[in-house]
Design a protein around this ligand. Structure first.
Ligand code: PEP
Length: 235
């Protein structure tokens, strides 16, 4: 399974290094077969050559150039970063990225062979409008995206569940994941208020191939507990 931590705008470079080192120590001392991904904030990216895969939370689709405040491929290549999050709800809804721009980013990083963790998910008002409207909304987030890309991982993250402590029922997650697997066979993560208390249940659902964790991953021991759950379920 894939167990991923989105650190968002948290931790300094030093604290990020400590965090990743603690994860490495755990992975070195235990025969864990899970894929562990960590997405630090851009200024904390660095060269890491252990088992933890370090990815970027964002990048402009460019080698380099005049894009004030952004980083591009050149800055990722410096650290050998080959994994990126695209389409996260905070970039869609807080930072205003359009589907067109997200698809452009996707194409750019696909053309450079990146592993892309591509996020989809509906806001509350869409969910409340019923299943058909909700699935239409989510389907539109696949527009312009190569769903057969070999290095694709999808994360279903309902917007209303991110950072709120709210989660869909296990039955709802199972139902939506089943529908999303009809769109793409790529590994499908669930994200949105996953924590130690619910991670085992979420990881046990059919068609859940892992989790993307925000707030609850900030405590490294909690994140390690979730990796252990996945490992137990896989054995
Ligand atoms: C996220 O931002 O990807 C996320 C899942 O956040 P949280 O776990 O805090 O809901």
């Amino acid at each position: 399974m894939i167990i991923a931590a989105n650190l968002k705008t948290n931790f300094t470079r030093k604290k990020t290094k400590e965090y990743i080192n603690e994860l490495e120590q755990f992975l070195d001392g235990n025969s864990v077969s899970e894929d562990v991904l960590v997405f630090p904030t851009s200024s904390s990216l660095d060269s890491y050559d252990g088992k933890v895969v370090v990815g970027a939370q964002n990048s402009y689709p460019t080698q380099n150039g005049a894009f004030t405040g952004e980083i591009g491929l050149e800055q990722l290549e410096e650290f050998g970063i080959k994994t990126i999050l695209i389409g996260h709800s905070e970039r869609r809804h807080v930072l205003g990225e359009s589907q067109e721009f997200i698809a452009e980013k996707f194409d750019f990083f696909k053309s450079h062979g990146f592993k892309i963790v591509y996020c989809v998910g509906e806001p509350l008002e869409i969910r409340e409008a019923g299943k058909e409207i909700m699935m239409d909304y989510i389907s539109n987030q696949y527009e312009g995206i190569d769903v057969d890309y070999e290095n694709l991982v999808i994360a279903y993250e309902p917007v209303w569940a991110i950072g709120t402590g709210l989660t869909p029922t296990l039955e709802d997650i199972a139902d939506i994941h089943k529908n999303l697997k009809d769109i793409s066979k790529a590994p499908l993560l669930y994200g949105g208020s996953v924590k130690v208390a619910n991670a085992k249940d979420v990881l046990s659902i059919d068609n859940v191939d892992g989790i993307l964790v925000g707030s609850a991953a900030l405590k490294v021991n909690d994140f390690i507990s979730m990796i252990k759950f996945a490992d137990e379920l896989d054995k």
